[in-house]
Design a protein around this ligand. Structure first.
Ligand SMILES: [Zn+2]
Length: 748
């Protein structure tokens, strides 16, 4: 909608002589709710919802009747009574969701476009005028206590800029909660019942190959409908040949059949699969080169389908994804008038809003010139890890204002799933408020939510969000991805220490309140996981630089607390169960397998490192050694080197995260072949220093492991700790050499 139109509507609707109206006094109703018999279901729901909430606020019983009575009336819906009171109102301009909140004489009008406007007028009135709040589906609603309720003069006529508004996240699965936030989009989600205004859908995504022109159905008979692979010189079903007339005809036929089966469809997607695979036939290549984008071949197919659909279904839009290899607009082709472009703004640094991303702002402007039907598919989570800190909380506001200015008509924002999505409820609420009206101050909204949902912890959490936002923006080039990358390239030990202090303050601020404590702890979960995931690196930094370390004292205990899944989340990333995340964390902090060596008895877990036999490799090749069961070994297993060849060696290459000063120990034993003692040689090949030690085992000693102390060493990346059987000097022949473990004790 024209951004000026909302203003124009307000001016048009403004009328003199309207005054404040009293709805209740001392817990007694002073107004009657009026909804016409012939009102639609959602308008009747609006009346019962208003009566229920006014009762909660004032304590008064409000009656609902079909016609206005004496005294003050609250007129709901688009009835003749309402039209008579607002004779100059342009109802068409309200669309399906626009609202009217007007005092007219002694009465209050809560109305709007059909089907959802009246219901949204009621919730907007309750939120903005009465002071009710619905912060999250897992939180108590905020209801002010006002036995006397006087409403100042109202003159709101407003239509939200986006016809489709949908923040797709686990925080917004409850359809009735979404209605209160005026979210009408429900693609991929449970429907909003008609009595609550119904919902809007954009007809799915990635439908080619998955829904239309399935390879299983057609590839054998019509390989020419599918992508040509230039290297293999054959057709493959990994993509559609988008310029093939036969493929156009078949997709058209399948789309028409779908529309016949689903006559309520208003938008239907014909879009590429979730890959950048493309046909390399001569015709596709020619179109692609001419248009400078795969959107060229795609539009040839989509326009062909849309042209045929229009004849039978003039109200249906065929949507397609401008995403990945089709995001750039074509040079000469144009979408047909009944084609909707759904632009996915994925490939970018997600700490920047779209106006600060040159290629996407250019693409969006150009698409907007080519068609009035543009939707956006934006991203508000880290899809590789919903839990980890992902500081883009305020980016969406700026993007939404830009979308509005570019006349985008629908916004789908993909958020996080599971119970522990990072600040998931904040994101959902903020996004919903801004999709309704992007001109609101996102900082003020965020502050309000944090104080409302986290109580006295709110200011500390705001400080935390500022902290991580500043951290990611410290370097202009720092990349904030949404599929890969963890936090080590932007979140420092000092940031984590500061974050931990803030969460401690936040928890202290709500101590004694179990609900708020639970929410604060859940908000902290992201930082808790970072401490465990990056434990060794952070410990090492703290030790090397003499800094404070506010991470957990015992990382293994911290890992088990995470594994216990206190917040009962089922997932941590797109298509990944939480158990997978725990397994990933375990690899960053391998469990202690063997018994604790006496040298480490009094040490804290992070003060020593255990490298068991599997960390060693055998050279010259594996035939000379293998891991075997050995009851004498610390974990029941050891690496056994057979014989005493001169080049035989077991070697441990220092993992990068263990760089630093360590006292190095090797636990090993040797078995002589005859009566002469067997020799063993151990050492460190450290690029800057060498160290070598010799030991001997008599036949009587062969069954017992010995701990060799290789001294304090500054181990640099690439350092190798090695063990060899030794036949040199006075030693006899070696039957076998066993290595139980290498362990390192941190040296200050
Ligand atoms: Zn082709």
């Amino acid at each position: 909608m024209d951004p000026l139109m909302a203003t124009a509507l307000v001016l048009l609707a403004a009328a003199p002589a309207d005054k404040s109206v009293e709805l209740a006094r001392d817990g007694k109703a002073r107004a009657t709710l009026v909804v016409a018999e012939e009102a639609i279901a959602a308008e009747k729901t609006a009346a019962t919802e208003l009566a229920a909430y006014l009762k909660k606020v004032t304590g008064a019983e409000f009656t609902i009747q079909g016609r206005p009575g004496p005294g003050t009336n609250i007129l709901l819906g688009r009835s003749r009574e309402v039209e008579r009171r607002l004779p100059r109102l342009d109802w068409r301009a309200l669309g399906s969701d626009g609202i009217v909140i007007r005092t007219v004489g002694d009465d209050l009008v809560l109305s709007g476009g059909r089907p959802r406007g009246t219901l949204y007028a009621v919730y907007t009135f309750l939120q903005d005028v009465v002071g009710c709040r619905w912060y999250a589906s897992d939180a108590e609603e905020v209801i002010p206590n006002q036995p006397t309720l006087v409403v100042p003069r109202q003159e709101v006529v407003y239509r939200p800029p986006f016809d489709y508004r949908h923040h797709y996240t686990a925080a917004l699965t409850d359809p009735r909660f979404c209605v209160k936030l005026r979210q009408n989009g429900r693609e991929f989600m449970e429907a909003i019942p008609e009595a609550y205004g119904g919902d809007v859908r954009f007809g799915s995504a990635h439908t080619l190959l998955r829904q239309f022109l399935k390879a299983d159905d057609h590839f054998q008979a019509h390989p020419e409908w599918y992508a040509y692979d230039k290297e293999k010189k054959e057709r493959t079903p990994k993509a559609v040949c988008l310029t093939e007339p036969g493929a156009h005809a078949q997709v058209t036929q399948e789309v028409l059949a779908y529309l016949k089966r689903h006559p309520d469809t208003r938008i239907l997607s014909v879009s590429c699969d979730d890959t950048n695979a493309a046909c390399q036939c001569e015709r596709c290549v020619t179109v692609r080169q001419r248009e400078g984008s795969e959107s060229g071949p795609l539009l040839m197919l989509v326009n062909a389908v849309a042209e045929r659909v229009e004849k039978e279904h003039p109200d249906v839009l065929i949507s397609t994804l401008a995403y990945w290899h089709t995001d750039r607009p074509p040079a000469t082709l144009k979408p047909r008038r009944n084609v909707l472009i759904h632009l996915g703004v994925l490939d970018r640094n997600h700490k920047h809003a779209i106006p600060d991303v040159p290629h996407f702002s250019r693409y969006l402007k150009r698409w907007g010139e080519l068609t009035p039907h543009v939707y956006i598919w934006d991203y508000d989570a880290h899809f590789g890890n919903f839990i980890q800190p992902h500081p883009n909380h305020t980016v969406l506001a700026k993007s939404l204002r830009f979308y509005r200015d570019q006349k985008v008509s629908g916004v789908f924002v993909q958020g996080s799933w599971g119970e522990t999505g990072e600040f998931m409820h904040l994101r959902a609420w903020l996004s919903a408020q801004l999709m309704w009206n992007p001109d609101q101050d996102e900082r003020a909204l965020m502050t309000e939510f944090l104080n409302g949902y986290y109580g006295a912890a709110g200011p500390h959490l705001l400080a935390y969000l500022d902290l991580i936002s500043n951290a990611v923006n410290r370097q202009p080039t720092t990349w904030l991805g949404v599929y890969d990358g963890e936090t080590s390239h932007w979140l420092t030990l000092e940031d984590l220490n500061a974050a931990t202090r803030l969460f401690e303050k936040a928890e202290a601020a709500v101590a004694g309140n179990d609900t708020l404590t639970y929410r604060v702890r859940r908000a902290r979960f992201g930082i808790d996981t970072v401490w465990v995931q990056r434990y060794r690196e952070l410990r090492r930094t703290a030790r090397a630089e003499g800094r404070t370390f506010l991470g957990p004292e015992d990382p293994y205990a911290a890992l088990e607390r995470i594994a216990a899944n206190e917040f009962k989340t089922d997932t941590f990333r797109e298509w990944g169960p939480f158990s997978e995340y725990v397994a990933r964390l375990r690899t960053s902090l391998p469990p202690r397998e063997g018994s604790t060596p006496p040298e480490c008895d009094r040490l804290k877990p992070y003060e020593w490192e255990d490298l068991q036999e599997t960390a060693l490799v055998v050279s010259p090749n594996r035939d000379h050694g293998s891991v075997v069961d050995d009851p004498a070994a610390s974990n029941g297993k050891a690496l056994k080197l057979v014989g005493g060849g001169q080049e035989l060696e077991a070697r441990l290459e220092l993992p990068a995260h263990l760089e630093g000063r360590w006292r190095v120990y090797v636990v090993a034993r040797a078995q002589p072949k005859g009566e002469q003692p067997a020799g063993i040689a151990l050492g460190i090949y450290n690029p800057r220093e060498l160290c070598r030690l010799i030991g001997e085992f008599s036949p009587a000693e062969a069954g017992h492991y010995r701990t060799f102390d290789l001294g304090v060493r500054r181990l640099t990346p690439g350092a190798k700790i090695w063990v060899q059987p030794s036949g040199a000097g006075s030693f006899g022949e070696v039957e076998a050499t066993w290595i139980d473990r290498v362990f390192l004790i941190a040296a200050e």
